[in-house]
Structures are given as C-alpha cells and as structure tokens.
Design a protein around this ligand. Structure first.
Ligand SMILES: Cc1cc2nc3c(=O)[nH]c(=O)nc-3n(C[C@H](O)[C@H](O)[C@H](O)COP(=O)(O)O)c2cc1C
Length: 383
C-alpha cells in the first residue's frame, strides 16, 4: 500500500503549525487547548510516547495489513475520526470534509450532536456509515426525536458521552469569550481580519450553526437564545438509568465514550453496551485525570474479552496508534489531528491526514514485522 502525502506536511505537528497560522486565535485555541493548566492534555501524548515496542527482525514476514473489523464492518485502518463540536467555527464545512474523507478512506466518522452539519447531511455523505454521538437531552421527547432521526438516516452505531457532567473550565476559551453566545470583542474581530483565508471561507459558507438542532430551535433565534436553549435542553450527566432507557430503545450498537475506570466499565457492560471508548475528552475536562494510555491496559485486560475497547486522547501519529493498539485497544480515534489537517489544508485536509496516518502506521508495522493489527500486543515491551 502506498499512501500519497503532501510532502510539506508529513506530521501532525506540521499540520498544527500551519493551522495555527491560518486560524484566528480564538478558533485555534478552542481546538488546541485543554482545561485548567493543560496537564492532562500534555500527559496524554507524553505518556503514550513512553510506550516501547519490540521488533522481530529474524522471521518470515508476508507484509502488514491495517484492515480491522469492527461491529461487522471491515475498515481500512484501525483508527477513526472522533466527534468534535462546532467544527464549522474552526474551519468552514470541516465536518462535511472529514465525513467525506472518512467514507472515501473507509474509516469511521463520529458526528457530534453539537456540530455544524446535521445527522441527515452526514448520513448522506457517508451512505449511512457514520456513527452518531449523543449529548444527552434533558427531555425524553427531544432524545427520542434525535434517536429516531439517527435510525431513520440508517446510522447503526450510537455513542453516549459520559465525561462531560460539568461545563469545562478552559482558561483560553474564557479569555477569548468563546461561549454561547460567542463574545464579538474587538480582539476577536481583529483576529478574524488578520486571517483572510479563514474569514473569506466563513463568509462564503455562512454563519455556522448547530445544524442537527435546527428543527427544535425557536424561530428567528439569536445567539443569546441559542445559548439559553442549549443550557435548558441538554445535560451532560449520564446515569445508568439514562443508558438503560436508550439501550431498550436503540437497536444498533451502543458505545459509551469517556470510560476511564473499571467501575464505570462494569456499570456500562452490565447494562448491555457493545463497547466503550477509553477517553478523557482530549484533556479538556479533568486536569488531574489519568492519561488514557495509563487507564487502558487494566480496562483492556479485564473487559477486552467481553467487549470492544477503543481509545482516544493524545494520539497524533502512526506510532501513537501502534502503541495504543499494542497496549490493548481494539481501535483508536483522533480528534484534534484531523481538525488540524482540515484547518491547514482545507478540502484536502481529511484525506491528507488519513493517508499520512495510514502510511506512518504501515511503516511501524513493517518495521516490527507485525502482519496484523491484532498482533500488535505481542510487540509491547512490558516494563
Ligand atoms: C474542540 C473539541 C471539541 C470537542 N467536542 C466534542 C463533542 O462535541 N462530543 C464529544 O463526544 N467529544 C468532543 N470532543 C472530544 C473528542 O471527541 C475526542 O475525545 C478528543 O478530541 C480526543 O483527543 P485528541 O484531540 O487528543 O485526539 C472534542 C474535542 C475537541 C478538541
């Protein structure tokens, strides 16, 4: 397999730097930042990179394959695109661009409830293959409407978010006035004017809005009303009863995202979920929290034979993906890396990022003499 990669951006760090120069500061910091002092954000990648892998040079090797079966579909790589809210604010149409790339590259795409393209649009782009991440509505009626729409659109994997019981404390967003409604300060307006490619693209594509929520918003809604509406109608706190009630109703696969403890994994599995994503929201919620690569091995050991254990947070490269899989994950997701890619390269950013990651992971597996993704744990050096 040979993946073509724009040689000017061979790593996520190159894409990140390009994204930083193209986006107004408030948009870049919304994407890039974490909560409080960003300890958890940094820990995720740092600790992932302390993992060591051993090669097996002196043996027959028929070539490495990245193909991975997950929930009845064979994907071309063991990674997918994590759900990101308000994507259109970071780069216009980035949600649609990434969904299109995911479909073309045969990797999963998870649509956030609070992003800027609707369930129906993304289902059409991905021919029903995208997954849907539900922010839990406070009222059952709204929850059921969203679940019915996801089912009618043909989506078969639903992701429930567990790790946002409270509104995050992110100093950069607070300083930038990035709230609902966003504060149009002179500083933010100045930043927009300094980034004409971003500004023109936004003007061309129209003001981003919560597309999936549009049918339920009051007519002639202004930004202030939008904030009130979201506050009143959503609660991030997931409880066993809420999961149970969705389990009874949702016929497709049900995943919980944000599991980092055995206790929560046990609770979710008892209710009958089909898998979980070990995630700390990319270091955006609990600064003193453990990195996901530290939380993963125990969870994989105790639950991996009973369910599908996936991981995100901190993954930026093919080697990072290999280390997560070697440590027990069945599959991985990346949030920021793909968004840096689109912010850096626009329409080509999704394909570029997916191809780059595939090529990097392929190299690592060939180097290790590892033929199949599921054999990566044999290459983990246990310290
Ligand atoms: C800007 C931003 C917005 C996010 N919005 C959501 C969201 O709407 N729903 C969700 O489940 N996770 C959301 N996440 C978390 C991601 O799905 C994912 O867990 C995280 O980005 C993984 O870490 P990484 O960015 O280091 O890859 C968001 C993350 C970022 C960076």
């Amino acid at each position: 397999m040979s993946e073509t990669v724009n040689p000017r951006y061979p790593s996520t760090e190159h894409l990140r730097l390009r994204a930083r120069s193209r986006l107004p500061r408030f948009a870049f910091e919304y994407l890039d930042g974490g909560c409080f002092s960003e300890v958890n954000l940094k820990r995720n990648t740092d600790e992932l990179r302390s993992i060591e892998l051993k090669p097996r040079y002196l043996r027959e090797h028929a070539g490495s394959s990245l193909q991975t079966e997950l929930f009845g579909h064979v994907y071309d790589a063991p990674f997918g695109i994590a759900p990101i809210g308000l994507q259109g604010l970071v780069w216009p149409r980035s949600c649609e661009i990434l969904a299109r790339s995911a479909f073309k590259q045969n990797i999963p795409f998870i649509l956030s409830t609070v992003t800027t393209a609707s369930i129906e649009t993304i289902a059409e782009i991905t021919e029903g293959r995208s997954w849907f991440q539900l922010y839990h509505p406070t009222k059952e009626d709204l929850r059921n409407k969203l679940l019915d729409r996801a089912e009618d659109a043909g989506l078969s994997v639903l992701v429930l978010l567990a790790d946002t019981p409270s509104f995050a404390y992110r100093p950069k967003e607070i300083r930038n006035g990035l709230s609902i409604p966003p504060r149009m300060s002179m500083r933010n307006i100045g930043q927009m004017l300094l980034h004409p490619a971003w500004l023109f693209s936004q003007l061309e594509n129209g003001i981003p809005s919560f597309a999936t929520m549009r049918p339920y918003l009051p007519k002639r809604v202004n930004l202030k009303h939008l904030g009130d509406f979201m506050d009143k109608n959503f609660s991030g706190r997931l409880t066993p009863d809420k999961i149970k009630s969705i389990r009874d109703r949702w016929k497709g696969k049900l995943i919980v995202k944000g599991i980092v403890t055995e206790e929560d994994a046990e609770t979710a599995l008892d209710i009958g979920v089909d898998g979980f994503i070990v995630s700390n929201h990319g270091g955006r919620q609990l600064d003193a929290g453990q990195s996901t690569i530290r939380a993963l091995p125990k969870l994989a050991r105790n639950f991996g034979s009973k369910t599908t254990v996936m991981m995100d947070s901190g993954i930026r490269s093919g080697p990072d993906i290999a280390c997560a899989l070697a440590s027990g994950a069945d599959f991985t997701f990346l949030g920021r890396s793909f968004m840096y890619g689109v912010s850096a390269l626009g329409r080509d950013g999704g394909d570029h990022t997916a191809s780059m990651l595939k090529r990097q992971l392929q190299q690592v597996m060939e180097q290790l003499s590892c033929e199949r993704v599921e054999d990566l744990p044999q290459h983990l050096i246990q310290n």
